[in-house]
Every structure is written in C-alpha cells, then in structure tokens.
Design a binder for this molecule. Structure first.
Ligand SMILES: O=C(O)CCC(=O)C(=O)O
Length: 268
C-alpha cells in the first residue's frame, strides 16, 4: 500500500525544494518493498562473492572494513573474513535500475510524477546505488553530486534517496546545507582519510555552518538537487543504515564523461 496520496509534489513541497534544494516525503514506500530491495541486493552481493557471472551491478567494497585490497576499487569483494557475510563488507552496489524491484521503482508513475515539475516531462534514470552503510562504515564527505556528472545540459539533475532502514545521527544519516543548491559546483579534493572509499571527494572551501541532519524513517524519500551540498557521517551504531538512491535527468542529456556506471534508461 502506498502512503503517498498526492500525485506529484504539492505546491508546498515544490516551494521547499526550490528554496532549500531538497524535500523529504515521509512514508513514501512500504516496508515490504524496502525489504525486497534489501533482499535482492544481499542476493547479488553473495552471488558476486561466489563468482557467479552475469549479475547486475558494480560492487564497491567498504574500504575501511574490507579484508580485500582497497586498491582493487570497484567490484572487488575478495578476501571475505569467515565471520563476515559478503554484504557486511560492501559499501555500495551501483547500476541496479534495470533489475527487478529497482527498475519497477525507478519507472513507477508515483515516483516520476514527483520529478516532472523539477526536471521536465521526459525523464531518464541514469544512476542507481544501494548503500549498505554497515556498522563501522565511514560517511561520505561534503560534496555536490554534479561534481560527478559532466553532463550537457549540466542540470537539472535530481537525486532520489529512499531510506531502506532508519537513518539517525548515530548510524550516519545525511546532512544537508539548505540553499547550497544555488552555489556553482565547487572544487572537490580527494577524501584524505587513509582507507576512504574509492571515489570519495570533499568540498573544503565552503562554510557548512548552516548544515542540518536529515533524520529518516524506513520508507521516507528525500529528493535533492545535484548542486545541494551534503554529506553522511560514520555509522557508529551496531546496525546497518541502508538506502537506495536513484538519479534522474531530462531525456536527451549527454554524458560528456567516461563513467561506465552512468546508464541512461528512459523511464518517462
Ligand atoms: O547515503 C550516504 O551515505 C551518502 C549518499 C550520498 O551522498 C549521495 O547519494 O550523493
């Protein structure tokens, strides 16, 4: 059962997004759907560890937890310790939006209805990632998603962040800097922590003093502009903080980069 009853964003939600660069939609997705996503991505992580071929997605290991060599970067989950399950060592699984439950969500009318007013009538989902954020996993430093997206036109791009579990201060929820979507894309430096995850970068030239945490319950959805400055913090709890994130752009957007993780799929 869907809790969200408004078709698309209400005027108030749209105004919040315009002013702050994000909007939170409580209770958007039901628990069974969140569970199906988690079950499927665990199945993929385990099958990948068993070297099953033909699986969807690219696995990014959690560098500071993995027994594997972090220099392997994307897709290396070798060296699983006996007391750990494969999914316990995964940071993210990218490239899921052609697969089952993820494809259904990405193209669902109730989801794309939220985006037409922010992007336009024709939409592509070009990126998806399941984020495990296991106990002990490090947060992702302050960044703007557009740093990763060398596109023409460069915007609008919207991130859709679905809380699969609760996101709290202790388990490493997102923090956003309201209004920072009006900033240009800033310079980003490599995450300087030894053992930081592959691809993590950081904005170091901006005052994040006005930042605020975004606490989420399972099934809550956050829409955010690709220029919004945001980060997540370390998971200091004993439980997983999981999220499924999709990114959308207008159909016809050209990817000027060479990131094989971007995969444009028409969803509307
Ligand atoms: O959920 C997280 O820990 C980070 C997600 C994020 O920063 C993003 O999707 O751009």
């Amino acid at each position: 059962m869907q809790v969200q009853t408004i078709q698309g964003l209400s005027a108030g939600q749209q105004a919040h997004y315009s002013e702050h660069g994000f909007v939170r939609l409580p209770g958007f997705e039901d628990a069974a759907s969140c569970r199906r996503m988690l079950d499927r991505v665990v199945e993929i992580a385990r099958a990948r560890a068993d070297r099953v071929s033909g699986l969807p997605g690219f696995v990014l290991p959690e560098s500071n937890l993995a027994a594997s060599d972090p220099a392997e970067g994307v897709d290396g989950v070798d060296g699983v310790e006996p007391d750990r399950r494969p999914e316990d060592l995964v940071a993210k699984v990218f490239g899921l939006h052609r697969d089952g439950v993820f494809a259904e969500f990405a193209a669902r009318r109730a989801v794309t209805d939220l985006l037409v007013g922010l992007i336009g009538p024709s939409l592509d989902c070009f990126l998806s990632q399941f984020i495990f954020k296991n106990p002990g996993a490090w947060g992702q430093p302050w960044h703007q998603d557009s740093f990763y997206f060398p596109f023409d036109p460069p915007r609008p791009i919207v991130g859709v962040w679905l809380a699969v579990t609760e996101a709290t201060l202790e388990n490493g929820c997102l923090h956003v800097l309201p209004g920072s979507h009006r900033e240009p894309v800033h310079g980003h430096v490599a995450d300087r922590r030894p053992g930081a995850n592959y691809g993590y970068v950081e904005i170091v030239d901006h005052d994040m003093g006005g930042a605020r945490p975004v606490l989420m319950d399972p099934g809550d959805l956050l829409l955010f502009d690709s220029h919004l400055m945001h980060r997540s913090t370390d998971n200091r709890s004993g439980g997983r903080r999981a999220a499924m994130v999709f990114h959308y752009a207008a159909t016809g957007t050209a990817d000027l980069g060479r990131n094989r993780i971007n995969d444009f799929v028409s969803v509307r």
